[in-house]
Design a protein around this ligand. Structure first.
Ligand code: SF4
Length: 660
């Protein structure tokens, strides 16, 4: 199955795709993680000690005192629970104050790393291409340089102040964050809700801020906790080798003094034990906490919004052999000779080839065909939402006299959603899981009307949800608390947010049960009728087309095989593929009719047959079918069929019946 034709189904409720309201949230999941909770509690203890060190410490380690020889390296006693150091000062007090320095360095340096790495990772992952290559090469460069060596050199040059140490550790510690954020951004940006936001007309900054960043943030924070422990270790290492800030007390410095000032020879184990244990405590707590956070956030992201996927289109009102260049006068949307290619390892592969169709105001058109027929790709192409690697190779898309394929980005944003909206398949993946459904609909309203207040937009969102049968009390909930049917209804409400002229529904009922499917289709059809909207229904289900579409275009191998009024095409198919497709579909009026399957398999994107693309599977194939591409022949009743059986020369010579 190719990238252009994958029909990714939303997991069924039975498969766990229909998440119940009882599903544990992040906090509940984390709370059950004993290791993570232990790390969190240990870290909180360290933070409390740092905050209240002056209250907890029995002595002030910064205070100058007169030292007698007996005060040096005193063993632990009631007066000094952890003994004294080489200066006769209380080790416990120094330890408590040292917590402050270690945590300040850890948090501040991690924040710097988070800012730098997060920014670079987001930009590289979101924009891709040459920018990503350059930024990732820079990241790799910093990654291979031994950070500690560089820290030592720079601190020795710029000076040993605490501020310098924080900056150096932070600036040299962003690489892992950048790589993590970039890979997460790459995944998130291909999710349907990002595609939906783009279709909504949102700009890059808005998409990054509202849709990508919130999903990358949890992992960034989890990683930052790990970076904190590394920063604390780095500071302690610098201090241990004598490059710490001499004006503050830190654990590394305490260890340095203990080793260099005779604690070992004096047997003063307490001078080493305290700072060593403290370091172990904080580093271990941050590591346990950070690892548990990653465990919590990673699976959640994977379950709820991974899955790129894709697309379709149709119709031709042209003459045999020359169906281009003649837009139909009453068509609101006109697609002419559209061709779409994808870059593959074997070169450019044409997923849609010379497709033309029109849609009039208030008309509903079904694009139907097997997986890989180019339905979704055609629709995404006309909306300019092709996934990376896909591009329009030829053709023209005209919407209300606007040339869609050459529209500037700002005009395109205004056009999408406000006039051309899309209901993506797999509503769970098309709705942002960290924002309420109401806020996502309100976002669509406000993106296209600056004058609408937040309150008014929220009210409109509530009205729209009510119009699709979702009560206002559920509006402020997250998508994962909705059933599959409700999510799809919410997607329809979202598509209607700006009263579009045309709604493109891409497999809107995939993975829903039969009853819910019927409800959704009836809802879509009635809303389209009430609002006078045009609709393009992309589906592999002929029953869906029969129930909702005025006209149908049957696609095969990236081309349109047949097009015409739904009732007529279904009653009397004029293309062998349409006929076989219908024979493979149950007929409620003829329940006894035996079903048959179409022999063979749809062509691979990278290996399309020459001539008629259906010829390897066609029972009526002729010699010319293997070498010549059949044009769409206009039939007497205004229908189109791309098959040589309708070539006047073939018909005249009795070369085929052409009768379904
Ligand atoms: Fe079959 Fe030939 Fe018609 Fe293609 S053109 S559908 S191979 S008869």
């Amino acid at each position: 199955m190719t990238a252009t034709t994958t029909q990714t189904a939303e997991p069924s409720p039975a498969e766990g795709g229909d998440t119940s309201p009882d599903e544990p949230g992040a906090w509940q999941t984390f709370r059950r993680n004993g290791v993570g909770m232990t790390g969190a509690i240990m870290l909180v203890v360290a933070i409390i000690i740092a905050l209240f060190a002056p209250l907890l410490a029995p002595y002030d380690p910064y205070e100058s005192v007169r030292v007698a020889i007996d005060d040096i390296y005193q063993a632990p006693s009631a007066a000094h629970l952890l003994g004294t150091d080489d200066g006769g000062k209380d080790v416990l007090s120094a330890l408590l104050y040292g917590t402050r320095v270690s945590l300040i360095v850890g948090f501040a340096a991690a924040a710097i790393s988070l800012l730098i790495g997060g920014f670079i990772g987001l930009v590289a992952g979101y924009y891709g291409h040459a920018l990503e290559t350059v930024l990732m090469r820079i990241t790799d460069f910093f990654l291979v340089i031994p950070a500690l060596v560089l820290q030592i050199v720079i601190v020795a040059i710029v000076g040993q102040s605490l501020r310098n140490i924080i900056i150096v550790i932070g600036v040299l510690g962003w690489t892992t964050t950048a790589r993590l954020v970039r890979s997460q951004t790459l995944t998130v940006k291909q999710r349907r809700f990002v595609m939906r936001a783009r279709a909504l007309g949102a700009g890059d900054a808005h998409i990054i801020r509202r849709h990508v960043f919130p999903l990358v943030l949890p992992l960034m924070l989890a990683n930052t906790v790990l970076v904190i422990s590394l920063a604390i270790l780095s500071e302690s290492t610098l201090a241990f080798i004598g490059l710490g800030d001499p004006t503050v007390i830190s654990w590394g410095q305490m260890l340095n003094f203990a080793f260099t000032r005779g604690a070992v020879t004096a047997g003063a184990w307490w001078a080493l034990f305290g700072p060593g244990l403290a370091l172990l405590w904080v580093v271990l707590s941050a590591t346990l906490f950070g690892t548990a956070l990653e465990d919590v956030f990673n699976p959640r992201l994977q379950r709820h919004h991974l899955e790129p996927e894709l697309p379709q289109a149709r119709r031709a009102r042209a003459r045999a052999h020359n169906h281009a260049d003649e837009p139909v006068s009453d068509a609101l949307l006109s697609v002419r000779n559209l061709s779409v290619e994808f870059e593959t390892a074997l070169g450019a592969a044409r997923a849609v080839d010379d497709v033309s169709f029109d849609l009039r105001r208030g008309e509903s058109l079904g694009l139907v065909g097997e997986s890989g027929s180019g339905k979704t790709t055609s629709v995404l192409a006309l909306l300019r939402l092709l996934p990376p690697g896909g591009s329009v190779a030829a053709g023209q898309v005209t919407f209300d006299e606007l040339d869609v394929l050459t529209l500037p980005a700002s005009d395109l944003r205004a056009l999408r959603w406000q006039r051309l909206a899309i209901v993506f398949q797999g509503a769970m993946n098309a709705l942002n899981p960290v924002r309420t459904v109401e806020s996502q609909i309100a976002e669509a309203v406000r993106l296209h009307d600056d004058g609408v207040s937040r309150k008014a937009a929220a009210e409109r969102a509530g009205d729209l949800l009510a119009s699709v049968g979702i009560t206002r009390s559920r509006a402020a909930e997250y998508a994962h608390t909705y059933s599959g049917g409700m999510r799809q209804r919410a997607m329809i409400a979202l598509a209607l947010a700006c009263d579009p002229d045309i709604v493109v529904a891409d497999e809107p009922t995939t993975a829903l049960d039969v009853m819910v499917q019927a409800q959704i289709l009836e809802l879509l059809a009635s809303l389209a009728r009430e609002r006078g909207m045009g609709m393009i229904m992309v589906t592999h289900d002929l029953g869906v087309v029969a129930a909702t579409c005025d006209r149908v275009a049957v696609m095969y191998g990236g081309t349109i095989a047949e097009e015409g009024p739904t009732a007529e095409v279904f009653a009397s198919p004029q293309h062998p593929y349409t006929r076989l497709l219908l024979e493979a579909f149950p007929d409620i009026d003829h329940p006894d009719r035996a079903l048959s399957s179409i022999p063979g398999a749809p062509p691979r994107l990278t290996n399309q047959p020459s001539g008629c693309r259906f010829h390897p599977r066609c029972p009526d194939a002729m010699d010319r079918c293997t070498t010549e591409r059949p044009p769409p022949y206009e039939l007497d009743d205004g229908r189109l069929a791309a098959c040589f059986l309708h070539d006047p020369a073939t018909v005249g010579s009795g070369g085929g019946s052409g009768d379904g």
